[in-house]
Design a binder for this molecule. Structure first.
Ligand code: HEC
Length: 149
C-alpha cells in the first residue's frame, strides 16, 4: 500500500510525527486543497487491556500526571478524566495526541520524551477512567455533579 500519509505496518506503532498526521481533523480544511486522503482509523492495541491499563496507572504516577490531573484522574489544576468531557476529543487518537504533543494551557508534550508505546498505554488508562461515577463530594459534604473544566 502506498499512501502520502505513511504506511500502517499493522503494528499500530508509528514513528514520531507520523501518528499525528493520521488523525482526522475534519474541521480543518486547508484552503484550496480538498481533503482527498481518507485518514486511517487510529486503533490502540492496548484499549481495554487490563494488564496495560494497570501499567498505565503506574506510569500515570511515575510521570507525575497525577500531580496535575489528580489521583485516578479525578482532576486538579489539570482537567478530570472521569467526567466524560474532553476539551480535545476523547477518541484514542485524540488522547494520544493530547499526551504526545501537549496542549496550550499547561499540558506538557511527552512525545519523544517517553516512548509512543507508553503513550498508548497511558491513553488506554486515561480512557478507562471516564466510565466512573460522575458525581463527587465537595467540601460541604453535598454531592455535586462535576462541572468539567
Ligand atoms: C504540569 C501539569 C500537567 C502534567 C504533569 C500533565 N498534565 Fe495533562 N493537562 C494539563 C493541563 C493544564 C491540561 C489542559 C490543557 C489545555 O486546556 O490546554 C491537560 C490536558 C491533558 C489531556 C487532554 C484532556 C482533554 O480534556 O482533552 C490529556 C489526555 C492529558 N492532559 C493527559 C496527561 C497525561 C497522561 C500526563 C502524564 C504523562 C499528563 N497529562 C501530565 C496539565 C498537566
Amino acid at each position: 500500500m502506498t499512501s502520502a500519509v505513511g504506511t500502517d505496518t499493522g503494528s499500530n506503532y508509528f514513528v514520531a510525527g507520523d501518528s499525528l498526521r493520521l488523525i482526522e481533523h475534519p474541521e480543518i480544511l486547508p484552503a484550496g486543497f480538498p481533503l482527498q486522503i481518507k485518514p486511517l482509523p487510529i486503533k490502540n492495541r492496548y484499549e481495554g487491556d487490563k494488564g496495560a491499563i494497570a501499567n498505565g496507572a503506574k506510569l500515570f504516577v511515575g510521570y507525575n500526571c497525577l500531580d496535575c490531573h489528580g489521583a485516578d484522574g479525578s482532576g486538579a489544576m489539570g482537567p478530570s478524566f472521569q467526567d466524560g468531557r474532553w476539551h480535545f476529543g476523547g477518541s484514542p487518537g485524540d488522547v494520544f495526541e493530547s499526551i504526545y504533543q501537549g496542549r496550550p494551557d499547561g499540558m506538557p508534550a511527552w512525545g519523544g520524551r517517553i516512548s509512543n508505546e507508553q503513550i498508548w498505554i497511558l491513553t488506554a488508562y486515561v480512557r478507562s477512567l471516564s466510565s466512573k461515577d460522575l458525581s463527587t463530594e465537595n467540601f460541604t459534604g453535598k454531592t455535586v455533579e462535576r462541572t468539567g473544566h
